[in-house]
Design a protein around this ligand. Structure first.
Ligand SMILES: C[S@@+](CC[C@H](N)C(=O)[O-])C[C@H]1O[C@@H](n2cnc3c(N)ncnc32)[C@H](O)[C@@H]1O
Length: 191
């Protein structure tokens, strides 16, 4: 998880991202690999309920603190492995967000399968990824940021890796809206 500062600069409007990828009121939502809760907090303001999951206890504590400070009461925090997602759920969800994390998953089809099992039949998975560009081209606050170039995925690659195992997932999205929405738009065309 990157340090704060440039993360805020990268994601100045997390609520806008959530709206764009389809989070709606009354949804039971999951913030998978939630980190320190940068997206979890705005999720909790829209969704009926949120389950925030991360394997890193310190990250989860930071998320818990962030939401507590904001007075959010509809979020449950789970320390656990994303592959075991279904085991951590009390019931199926409407929406899963995976922000800034899918590119680093070693077994993406396995994770897609786990997510599909945790979602309702018409549920939605939104994957927010970095653009598939050279790292030197994605500078934030004057420095190259984000995953190594070989880890970056196009929207089409993201969809293909999910679809292989979970063809019944309804929709997903991929974007990095700091300077341009081109990846996002490409994906909209694919759906
Ligand atoms: C770059 S951070 C992104 C955090 C958050 N989604 C955001 O965009 O602000 C990636 C997070 O994934 C978590 N993570 C990595 N592998 C995981 C796994 N197998 N299960 C659950 N969380 C995992 C890390 O602990 C880290 O907090």
């Amino acid at each position: 998880m990157p340090t704060a500062g440039w993360w805020d600069a990268l994601w100045p409007n997390p609520a806008g991202v959530l709206e764009a990828v389809g989070l709606r009121r009354d949804m039971a939502a999951i913030d998978l690999c939630c980190g320190d809760g940068w997206f979890t907090l705005p999720m909790s303001k829209v969704a009926a309920s949120v389950v925030a999951i991360d394997i890193d206890r310190n990250m989860l504590e930071a998320a818990r603190d962030r939401l507590a400070a904001a007075g959010a009461t509809n979020c449950e925090f789970v320390e656990g492995d994303a592959y075991e997602l279904a085991r951590h759920m009390r019931g199926p969800a409407d929406f899963v967000l995976m922000a800034n994390a899918f590119h680093g998953v070693p077994d993406q089809p396995r994770l897609a399968d786990a997510i599909a099992k945790a979602l309702k039949p018409a549920g939605r998975l939104a994957v927010v990824n970095w653009h598939q560009r050279r790292r030197e081209e994605t500078t934030i606050l004057g420095e190259p940021r984000g995953p190594k170039g070989e880890l970056r995925m196009s929207p089409e690659q993201t969809i293909a890796s999910i679809k292989r195992e979970a063809s019944y997932l309804q929709a997903w999205s991929s974007c990095r809206p700091i300077t341009t929405r081109s990846s996002w738009n490409a994906l909209e065309n694919v759906l």
